[in-house]
Design a protein around this ligand. Structure first.
Ligand SMILES: O=P(O)(O)OC[C@H]1O[C@@H](O)[C@H](O)[C@@H](O)[C@@H]1O
Length: 245
């Protein structure tokens, strides 16, 4: 089911229709919220794309933007497995993953500071005040997750910051979300996930969780149709999550 929030159908200068949908009452006031990292906490997908493009160039594989976008939200080893299989290359998946991390980790470490997505800190403060337990569940490797969370200055909000690399299969498999729910001590059906990628949304839905798709900065290439609701503004999401009516 997909619900567009406050979508304005317009012809230049004239609003034709305004469609404001709500989060179903039973899904408001969630018992726990699990955040995806890249593309939700921070607009970092362009950095991953840059690092991966450098790698494609180094090893001489031609990956179209469309194919590249299909790997968004999944772990680096899963991306390489698919690239290698598709082209029947002799490259070693583990070695390619190691080299990509070797390129990526110093790249992320060298970034001066990262800015959280607009309105995110307000949402996190609000959730913290309401004592809603929060975790991060990412397909990025464990070291990159820690680097990014620290550079964002958001560590204090999250009880757990989890990389799928340390818990089982990567998104689109549900493992990382189920693991996060377990750590938070909340049943999957009572967890709400905020995701941006098609692979991440699939993972959240396979975990049996309510999924909010964040239509933020770098999500244009992603089909978010499997999400329960699409929101492009965290302030709006705060209002919708805690609406009393
Ligand atoms: O699950 P997250 O936080 O969106 O992480 C996604 C990213 O994880 C990385 O490891 C991939 O190489 C990226 O291409 C991918 O988009």
């Amino acid at each position: 089911m997909i619900v567009q929030i406050d979508s304005l159908l317009t012809i230049p200068g004239i609003v034709i229709a305004k469609d404001t949908m709500q989060i179903p009452v039973e899904k408001r006031f969630p018992k726990a919220i699990i955040f995806d990292m890249d593309g939700v906490l921070v607009d970092s997908e362009p950095y991953h794309i840059e690092v991966e493009k450098r790698m494609f160039q180094k090893v001489g594989v031609d990956v179209s933007d469309e194919e590249h976008a299909s790997y968004m939200g999944t772990a680096t080893d899963v991306m390489w497995r698919q690239i290698i299989e598709k082209r029947q290359l002799s490259h070693d998946e583990e070695e390619m993953t190691r080299l990509t991390n070797q390129e990526g980790i110093p790249f992320f470490s060298a970034l001066e500071k990262l800015e959280p997505m607009p309105g995110l800190r307000k949402l996190l403060d609000f959730l913290e005040n309401k004592k809603v337990p929060m975790a991060v569940a990412s397909s990025s490797n464990p070291e990159t997750v820690q680097i990014i969370i620290d550079k964002l200055g958001l560590r204090k909000y999250f009880r757990h910051t989890i990389s799928s690399g340390s818990v089982g299969k990567s998104k689109p498999a549900p493992d990382v979300f189920l693991h996060a729910a377990k750590l938070l001590g909340v049943e999957p059906e009572n967890c709400l996930v905020i995701e941006d990628s098609k692979n991440g949304i699939k993972a959240a839905k396979s975990a049996g969780m309510f999924c909010v798709a964040y239509g933020g900065a770098s999500s244009e290439s992603q089909d978010q149709g499997e999400a329960d609701i699409v929101v492009d503004d965290f302030e709006k999401l705060t209002r919708l999550l805690f609406a009393e009516d």
